[in-house]
Design a protein around this ligand. Sequence first.
Ligand code: SF4
Ligand code: SF4
Length: 222
Amino acid sequence: MIVGEQKPVQEILQMVAPHRKFLILGCGTCVKTCFAGGEDEVALLASALRLASRKDGRPVEIEELTVERQCEDAFIAEAAEAVSRNEAVLSLACGAGVQAVARRFPRSPVLPGVNTTFLGVLEHQGLFTEECAGCGDCQLAVFGGVCPFSRCAKKLLNGPCGGSQEGKCEVDPDTECAWHLIIERLSALGRLDQLRAYVPPKNWQTSLSGGPRKLIRKDHVI
Ligand code: SF4
Ligand code: SF4
């Protein structure tokens, strides 16, 4: 899922300062799971902004709404009336959701309330870890299902750097060494031998380094 965290209230207050009536638009999928932008976060943020604006003597009118996904037009459409009633939209979706909403409503300022951080997993309640850099050419089969592009600080492809201590990365001792995990996993699978094969430098053209990407599923295009 896409992991993000809500921006600090002070930063949000500065962004919404020119508007006296705005919509806080939540997203009920990824950002809900990481407690950044679901219905509960919309309500909490709205309360915080109302209090702060009253304290400043410049009360605001805030409408609250959460749609299932802000990255899909069918769900964005549900916000059309609320958007038309307000001067601006404060979106609590990921960066893709913010842009999709802005595209749909070109006359409304759409402001980002979340810092989109990475593609990751929920390890346990409250802990999310980065697992995928969206490189566009998945090589997990080579590395036993552990991604060195997103999980090794040095993005090493042919073995560890040698600085790891007790399975932790030398760059951040709170993070597991990706290569320690790769070796453990391939050992458990009895496939350690596959690391003898040289892995050539990655072609990053399929990643964002090759420019903004597109995925076309011709079988679904109508
Ligand atoms: S190899 Fe690429 S697509 Fe696969 S997990 Fe790593 S970054 Fe993501
Ligand atoms: S300690 Fe492990 S994860 Fe950290 S940079 Fe070295 S090989 Fe990569």
